[in-house]
Design a protein around this ligand. Structure first.
Ligand code: PGA
Length: 250
């Protein structure tokens, strides 16, 4: 089973229209006309249009960082899946630890968003990961299992193979403290086995599992060489053309 590597840049709440365009342009130019690796840029919602202007007709895909799980209506300040596909998104990051921590998003919210994403033809990138306290208390597998079961609640087998999961240990996000390749691979293997139990081994073999948390050009190659690591969700290093392209080239 070969899974196409997927490298996504989570720009978080950074950039302005000019810098968003020039970052996207630098990446598009470096990726070229075809790419073995799937490259996804996830700018702030305000700059999705600026980025899709640059990526249109190229292999570089665009994703959103969140969505609201409802049809059009009275939801001030929110964006739904239809709007995101309409402006050219193919992916959406869901349940990022910053949203779980800062906006109180729970697994049940992530699950609603997952179903809304799939109904709107977006590929969800579902983020899970333990805090440092949970890792030190030996709770990593239990935490990740309950996040995955909760976030994928109600997902049917037919659609499960198409989703992306991002394992992002909270203690590694934005800290410069990357998980070792052994630590990351162990959790990725655990997630794949869990998916095999929740769905089928065949589905589990198709789901792409990204690692996220302080991925840089200097550590990406050894992480991506692990058998169950199928890509990276990159924060800080996705804001510089050279760093992000360096990771893609790994
Ligand atoms: P980082 O962020 O690469 O800056 O650690 C990763 C993420 O939050 O997705």
């Amino acid at each position: 089973m070969t899974r196409r590597t997927i490298i996504a840049g989570n720009w978080k709440m950074n950039m302005r229209s000019a810098s968003a365009r020039s970052l996207a342009k630098g990446i598009v130019d470096a990726v070229g006309k075809t790419s073995d690796v799937e490259v996804v840029l996830c700018p702030p919602a305000a700059y999705i249009g600026a980025v899709t202007d640059v990526t249109a007709g190229t292999p570089v895909e665009v994703g959103a960082q969140n969505l609201f799980p409802a049809d059009d209506g009275a939801f001030t300040g929110e964006l739904n899946a239809d709007m995101l596909t309409d402006v050219g998104c193919r992916y959406v990051i869901l349940g990022h630890s910053e949203r779980r921590q800062l906006m109180g998003e729970a697994d049940a919210d992530v699950s609603k968003k997952l179903h809304a994403a799939l109904a709107g033809n977006l590929v969800p990138i579902v983020c899970v990961g333990e805090t440092l306290e949970q890792r030190e208390a030996d709770e990593t597998e239990a935490v990740v299992e309950s996040q995955i079961r909760g976030s994928l609640e109600g997902l049917d087998e037919a659609r499960a193979a198409g989703i992306v999961i991002a394992y992002e240990p909270v203690w590694a996000i934005g800290t410069g403290k990357v998980a070792t390749k052994e630590q990351a691979e162990a959790v990725h293997a655990f997630i794949r086995e869990l998916l095999g139990k929740m769905f089928t081994p065949d589905v589990a073999a198709q789901v792409r599992i990204q690692y996220g948390g302080s991925v840089k050009p200097g550590n990406a190659a050894e992480l991506l060489a692990q058998p169950n690591i199928d890509g990276a969700l990159v924060g800080g290093a996705s804001l510089k053309v050279d760093d992000f392209v360096g990771i893609i080239q790994c």
